[in-house]
Write a protein that binds this ligand. Structure first.
Ligand SMILES: Nc1nc2c(c(=O)[nH]1)N[C@H]1C(S)=C(S)[C@@H](COP(=O)(O)O)O[C@H]1N2
Ligand SMILES: [Mo]
Length: 196
């Protein structure tokens, strides 16, 4: 293959390979919220993991002291937009789950404002999910979930709960807000698990 063909064709093929079926690229950052943006003051903020063996809680200051990571990833909304190469900073759920003991395999994310979404625990671990507090090098905009949101980029973006306040271990895969309203229980964009 010639140099020129690789230079152009290679780049766009690369991009197409990263676009799940039925998705369209956007360059802005759409805001999708089921209700009003809750006002969440970091003074009152805390993040909690609830398991059957006990509760782990971090205040904002405690959370800021945890090791954070820079994440560059593609995101895919079920309403057909995708954004490639987005940059975030956040704390890995591997770090947050280090001392959590649970026999349960599923997690319900709860947000300030009442939103919920369910995710299997094994899809939150091994470098697959974060609690993000920055986007593009700036504190996360309230419209996009600031001060902190769940980031699970390998699933449709409705699983990335904005204004997240707790993760609660569950013995069964109970449906969250959108999952009770027709969205797929799992939400893999590569399998087009949109609705059910
Ligand atoms: N708390 C909360 N989190 C939420 C939502 C919401 O309505 N409330 N919408 C979800 C949906 S459907 C999408 S596509 C993304 C949108 O995130 P954005 O507004 O930052 O683009 O957030 C997800 N997380
Ligand atoms: Mo969405």
């Amino acid at each position: 293959m010639s140099f020129v063909t690789r230079g152009f064709g290679g780049r766009s093929r690369d991009r197409d390979d990263r676009l799940p079926p039925g998705q369209t690229l956007v360059h802005d950052f759409p805001v999708l919220s089921a209700g009003p943006t809750p006002e969440v003051d970091t003074e009152e903020w805390s993040f909690t993991i609830v398991a059957e063996t006990g509760t782990h809680r971090w205040t904002w200051d405690e959370f800021q002291a945890l090791p954070a990571e820079d994440i560059t990833t593609d995101i895919h909304c079920v309403t057909h937009w995708s954004k490639l190469g987005t940059s975030w900073r956040g704390v890995s759920l591997d770090t947050l789950f280090e001392d959590v003991e649970s026999q349960f395999d599923f997690v319900m994310a709860h947000s300030f404002g009442g939103y919920t979404t369910n995710v299997p625990l094994d899809e939150l671990l091994d470098g697959q999910a974060w609690i993000a507090t920055e986007f593009d090098g700036e504190p996360l905009d309230p419209e996009h979930g600031g001060p902190a949101r769940l980031l699970v980029p390998h699933l449709y973006f409705w699983k990335s709960a904005k204004w997240v306040r707790s993760l609660v271990m569950m013995p069964r895969d109970d449906p969250g807000f959108w999952e009770q309203n027709g969205y797929h229980i799992h939400g893999d964009p590569w399998q087009e698990e949109r609705y059910w």
